[in-house]
Design a binder for this molecule. Structure first.
Ligand code: 5GP
Ligand code: ZN
Length: 113
C-alpha cells in the first residue's frame, strides 16, 4: 500500500468509488469516466505499479477471472466485451496501480486507437 496511490486509497475506502465486487485479493469498481456503457476497473488489493512490475501469475489470473464473472453478471458475456491493461506511456497508462479495464455494452473497434 502506498499513501499517494489513488487506487490504494480506493482499496482502503479513503476515496469513494462505486464498488461492484470485492474479495480477498481484488476490488472492482466503475470507472469515473466510462468509455463504454459498462466500464469497470479491476485491481489487486496489493500495490503493483504496472504489468511490468507484476511477478505473481495468480494476480493476473484473478483479475481476468473476476472480469469474466462480472461480464456475466453485467449481461455482457454472450455479446462480448473487452479486457485491457494499459502499460506506461505509449498505452496511455495514467494510474500506476495495476488495473484491468472491463469494457462492454457497445461494439468495439479493432485495432484499438
Ligand atoms: P489507465 O489510463 O491508467 O489505463 O486507466 C485509469 C482509469 O482510471 C481511467 O479510465 C480513469 O477514468 C480512471 N480513474 C481515474 N481516477 C479515478 C477515480 O478517482 N475513480 C474512478 N472510479 N476511476 C478513476
Ligand atoms: Zn496502489
Amino acid at each position: 500500500m502506498t499513501n499517494d496511490c489513488l487506487f490504494c486509497r480506493i482499496v482502503k475506502k479513503e476515496v469513494t468509488a462505486n464498488i461492484v465486487a470485492e474479495n480477498e485479493h481484488c476490488v472492482a469498481f466503475r470507472d469515473i469516466n466510462p468509455q463504454a456503457p459498462v466500464h469497470i476497473l479491476i485491481i489487486p488489493r496489493k500495490h503493483v505499479a504496472s504489468l511490468n512490475e507484476a511477478r505473481d501469475p495468480a494476480i493476473i489470473g484473478r483479475l481476468s477471472l473476476l472480469a469474466a464473472e462480472l461480464a456475466k453478471s453485467e449481461g455482457l458475456a454472450d455479446r462480448g466485451y473487452r479486457t485491457v491493461i494499459n502499460t506506461n506511456a505509449d498505452a496511455g497508462q495514467t494510474v500506476f496501480h495495476l488495473h484491468l479495464h472491463l469494457l462492454g455494452g457497445r461494439r468495439m473497434s479493432w485495432p484499438p486507437g
